[in-house]
Design a protein around this ligand. Structure first.
Ligand code: ATP
Ligand code: LTN
Length: 334
């Protein structure tokens, strides 16, 4: 981990089956940032508790997500990959920051409004204070940049507001984080409705390619992707289904859209869909194989979980101790 570099923080929730959208839109970019920043990537298992989880399934899922980070190419020796719940400072700072956050601010969060409308039977207080826990995640590590999707920008904004409010009372305790907007904002759309983003909560399983889909399923989903009846190979907004297939193809192969359009000129949509399927299999299959290898070595993963949590705790606790001292909580006598 490069301590001379700026600090980068991000994470994903251990809920649902991750899709190709999560990989191409987030995880793949994280891999390339390791040399440039001191990176912390959390498995946000405390955030997942806003929804009821099956305990055994949940425990497996959190480990699997950490395994996926490693299999995707994030080196756990150079970066800090850890489970949020292994570092108690997150929950502790979240409580303190709760007392510096207003009900009115939290009521304006669009994710809260959306999710409480969707899960009207379980609008718990955790769902309401979710952004404060996220602020704690980020602020504990003196983070400079946070790569997040468009939907999380509002949470980053409230994080900055809370940090500035705290700093204006107690001095410069927290670094003020900036959003990190990736170079290619690969937003992958649903294969069945290209006006919607590919999402792990989509009810139609053909709409999303899951990272754990086997090669035949991936090929089949690509073949069935919705295109159009124009029968012309082009990369343009008027043909959104085709454009999405090109986006997937280009992000998987590293080709530009011009190169890809030239490659398939004169061919049918069927050939393009086949090539997209192969390109996705070419990326996902090796990653799945690596995941199986890592998962088979339980002691390796246990060691990664323990060592990285210790490193994360060391950094997080430095900030937490400073916060406690500033607000006047009693330090443990030596
Ligand atoms: P949900 O379906 O539950 O809303 P999601 O699939 O949108 O979940 P998140 O957990 O909200 O996933 O996002 C994890 C990360 O993946 C975020 O950084 C988000 O921007 C990114 N991401 C999710 N879906 C896509 C997509 N279709 N294209 C690009 N990036 C995506
Ligand atoms: N809310 C985010 C996950 C998340 C996160 C974070 C992202 C929790 N804490 C801190 C960046 C930094 C999501 O749902 N994608």
């Amino acid at each position: 981990m490069n301590k001379d570099h700026k600090v980068l923080y991000s994470g994903m929730q251990a809920t649902g089956n991750l899709t190709l959208g999560n990989y191409l839109g987030a995880l793949k970019n994280w891999v390339s940032l390791a040399d440039e920043y001191e990176c912390y990537y959390g498995v946000m298992d405390l955030h997942s508790l806003t929804v009821r989880q099956d305990p055994a399934e949940f425990r497996k899922r959190a480990r699997a997500l950490l395994t996926l980070y490693i299999a995707a190419g994030i080196d756990p020796e150079k970066n800090c990959l850890y489970l949020q719940s292994s570092v108690p400072c997150h929950a502790e700072l979240a409580w303190i920051l709760d007392c510096f956050t207003y009900m009115g601010e939290l009521s304006r969060m669009t994710q809260f409004k959306d999710k409480s409308a969707k899960h009207a039977d379980n609008v718990n207080a955790g769902l309401f204070t979710y952004p404060v826990l996220m602020a704690a995640d980020i602020l504990l590590y003196q983070t400079d940049v946070v790569p997040v999707g468009q939907d999380q920008l509002q949470h980053l904004e409230i994080t900055r507001d809370i940090a500035q409010r705290f700093n204006s009372i107690y001095g410069d305790v927290f670094a003020i984080p900036e959003p990190y907007i990736g170079k290619v904002g690969a937003k992958i759309m649903s294969l069945q409705d290209p006006s919607k983003k590919m999402s792990k909560s989509d009810e139609n399983p053909n709409a999303s390619i899951y990272l754990m889909d086997d090669p035949d399923t991936i090929r089949r989903k690509c073949k069935r992707a919705i295109t159009d009846s124009e029968a012309t190979i082009a990369y343009r907004d008027e043909q959104p289904g085709l454009k999405n297939l090109f986006d997937i193809y280009c992000t998987c192969t590293g080709k530009s859209s011009d190169e890809a359009v030239a490659e398939f000129q004169g061919q049918g949509y069927g050939q393009l869909k086949e090539a997209v399927g192969e390109a996705v299999v070419g990326i996902l299959k090796p990653m799945q194989d690596r995941m199986a290898e890592i998962a088979a070595d339980k002691s390796y993963l246990d060691r990664v979980i323990k060592e990285n949590a210790e490193r994360a705790y060391y950094s997080a606790n430095k900030t937490l101790r400073k916060v406690k001292k500033k607000i006047g909580l009693t330090e443990m006598p030596r």
